[in-house]
Design a protein. Sequence first.
Length: 263
Amino acid sequence: MKRGFLAGCFLVSFCWIPGVAPEDHPVTAIREEQQVVVDGVTETWRLQWSAAPKPYCGAKEYDVALTCPCMGFAYGEAGDLYLVRLRSGEQIDRLHLTPFFTEVEPAVVQRWPVDDKHDFKLAERKDFAAVVSRRAIAQVMRLADYDHDGLRSEFYLQTESAPCGKSVGVVIGLSRSNARLHVFGAASSPSKPLYLQKREWEALRDATSGPVNVVDWHCGDHGAYTQTELQLQWSAKGIEGLRLEYSCPSKNEKRQLIKEEPL
């Protein structure tokens, strides 16, 4: 493959290239590439579509794109999505990401970011879609050491927008106990994807010791009569935690624990 062609592909973060995917995926659309150091070896990680993606919550439909269900996805693209690891240009691992998207179908990732301060006004322009397309491509793989094993080899992937605009998703990557690409789960069901809000994953990522406590759903949020809280902690087996549901007391009343269950 010519060097000039590859350079052009990486600049725009999307291109069609032959010969990378197996026979059932004869061509591949690269959405994003990141360099990841794994045990001292530099790898290339790719998000790639198996076919050309379609717009999702696009700028041409700004009246929909700027509503709660599109938060985190606008201005995005949808299709069949894979995560691929390469060493010296050779594929060594591959994970199908589409099955993790249970509320939206198929897989969806943001392509251009939303400008919360100005887009409601800018959307009145006839060339609004062109304005959006000139923005920098949104980065999806923001790698970090979520599981505190010393490897910055995991990233959060939004799979759902819960009411209203709460980013919900999974963490994907590698761990000391599993050197293959995988989705992280609870210790009780390590092979089952654990879906948490983005801020809950970030609390786990940033925890220095002991469990973290986060409010999953506040009293009164969309009419909620109870408050749900999570107690989360990384362990050698995965993520351990409890889901706690409390009453929403009136003034001068103490709240009561209604229900407690493991993740």
